[in-house]
Design a protein around this ligand. Structure first.
Ligand code: HEC
Ligand code: HEC
Length: 424
């Protein structure tokens, strides 16, 4: 792997620090404006509980396994996509001017290539009278923490009064989630549910097809397709423009600074005339064909825990299974997907991240799929929970009734439930 000379990359290096603090605010100009409102950090990480596993211990990495039943051509695509996913980008290849990291795997690595991770990204905005402004003209809502030149380094603007971190989500089995028909998600959304649970589909415009689709990827269900998310990640995490996202991000919205720092013509991800594919397509193929983690052993405790999971009401949102359609690529057709999510947005009350990302409101979050939970090191959107138990106790809003029921479980029931969650 190539390394990048440290002189050309400035900014917060997150390689060592896990939950990095947002960049400090610039000092106010002398005497002119009043001091900015205090930062409303709605997602400050909680301190680890006593006896929690050392969050610095890396999980064992597993080799990348493709979906079963794919063709030789798909396997080649998977391997080529994996190489793209781990490739370190350089400024000559389009990295920057502003970016968060140099490869997809730099963040997606817990438990293997494509895993979740404890590295976080930072979003900011300003809430006035309950209305969220993503401060697009100041480079919001996503902060890029690093830059190829000192002048273009982004900071959190003084105007921001909401700052939220989001940890990396896992990609194991993502192609099966992509292959679930919109209609399946919409039908479940329309069913009445007990305990004050609602849930609605995140209708988003897919940048690939231009169609309005049911979003399902990301903490806010902000994307419907893996290619769409791939293009978004190339631009917003690495500063690489593509045919789907051809416009570079201006550092804190300053176009003149961008013009000085950006030396490469857009789109930087060039489509190969032979294959008609670019890097965004390769990375999408890898994610699409990446198998879910296999299920752990089903012991008597696990079976008992599964019953508790359903009885308490967790499965109202963390829906155990959905079935894929038949239109997707080979390996994804007519499969039962044990994702443990309805892929819907729920009002999570105090657990919302305070960032409105249409159509999701400040309090709405996508039900996190629970499969592969044992390959995770941190839980909840900002990684505040170091144990699954803490993650459950932090549920609020539509999940309040179910959470309170969880609190009344006996030690034995709770143990069985947690054993079940470790096995899926
Ligand atoms: C700086 C860290 C970082 C880098 C680099 C990064 N990601 Fe991510 N990724 C994240 C975070 C954080 C999320 C959750 C973001 C959210 O929901 O707002 C995420 C979510 C995703 C998801 C959604 C999965 C789901 O179901 O929620 C996909 C797909 C994805 N990334 C693909 C990529 C690809 C492809 C690349 C390389 C081009 C990449 N990521 C690079 C941090 C990163
Ligand atoms: C009203 C819907 C709802 C109910 C009911 C619900 N959850 Fe969740 N759950 C969510 C949402 C939404 C998230 C994502 C929260 C966030 O953004 O941090 C989540 C996150 C989680 C996580 C963290 C996953 C991760 O990726 O970090 C765990 C573990 C979890 N839920 C377990 C449970 C269990 C066990 C129950 C039953 C006691 C339950 N949930 C009930 C909606 C629900």
């Amino acid at each position: 792997m190539k390394t990048i000379s440290s002189q050309i990359i400035v900014g917060l290096s997150l390689t060592a620090s896990v939950m990095a603090a947002p960049a400090p605010l610039p000092p106010p100009p002398s005497g002119a404006t009043p001091p900015p409102p205090p930062l409303l950090n709605v997602s400050a990480p909680l301190p680890p509980p006593p006896g929690a596993p050392n969050p610095g211990t890396p999980l064992p990495r597993r080799p990348s396994v493709p979906l079963a039943g794919i063709s030789a051509a798909q396997l080649a695509e998977f391997q080529d996509g994996r190489a793209e996913f781990i490739k370190e980008e350089r400024p000559e290849g389009g990295l920057g001017p502003i970016f968060n990291d140099v490869s997809c795997v730099a963040c997606h690595d817990a438990g293997g290539v494509g895993g979740a991770g404890r590295k976080s990204v930072v979003r900011f905005g300003r809430v006035t009278n309950g209305v969220f402004d993503p401060l697009v003209h100041l480079g919001g809502s996503l902060l890029q923490k690093r830059s190829i030149s000192r002048e273009s380094l982004e900071t959190i603007p003084r105007e921001a009064n909401v700052v939220a971190t989001r940890i990396t989500t896992p990609l194991f089995g993502a192609g099966l989630i992509e292959a679930i028909p919109d209609s399946t998600i919409l039908e479940y959304a329309a069913l009445p549910k007990p305990d004050g649970i609602k849930g609605r589909a995140a209708m988003v415009t897919d940048p690939v097809s231009g169609e309005i689709r049911v979003g399902r990827f990301g903490w806010k269900a902000q994307h419907a397709s893996l290619l769409g998310f791939s293009g978004d990640a190339y631009l917003n995490e690495m500063g690489i423009t593509s045919r789907l996202f051809p416009t570079e991000n201006a550092p804190n919205g300053k176009l003149a600074v961008l013009a000085r720092a950006d030396k490469y013509a857009d789109p930087e991800d060039v489509v190969d005339p032979g294959t008609q594919r670019g890097d965004i397509d390769s990375a999408a193929s890898f994610m699409r064909l990446l198998a879910p983690l296999p299920r752990g052993p089903v012991t008597a405790q696990v079976t008992a825990g599964s019953l508790v999971f359903h009885q308490v009401g967790c499965a109202q949102c963390h829906k155990a299974e959905m079935v894929t359609g038949t239109a997707g690529p080979e390996g994804t057709r007519a499969q039962v997907v044990a994702l443990y999510s309805d892929l819907l947005l729920h009002d999570m009350g105090a657990l919302g991240d305070g960032i409105a990302q249409p159509p999701a409101t400040m309090k709405e979050m996508r039900t996190a799929p629970l499969w592969g939970l044992r390959a995770r090191e941190r839980y909840l959107h900002d990684g505040r929970a170091t144990t699954v138990d803490l993650a459950i106790r932090a549920h609020d809003g539509e999940a309040k009734v179910v959470r309170d029921r969880y609190r009344t479980l006996s030690t034995g029931q709770r143990f069985a439930l947690l054993e079940f969650l470790k096995s899926i």
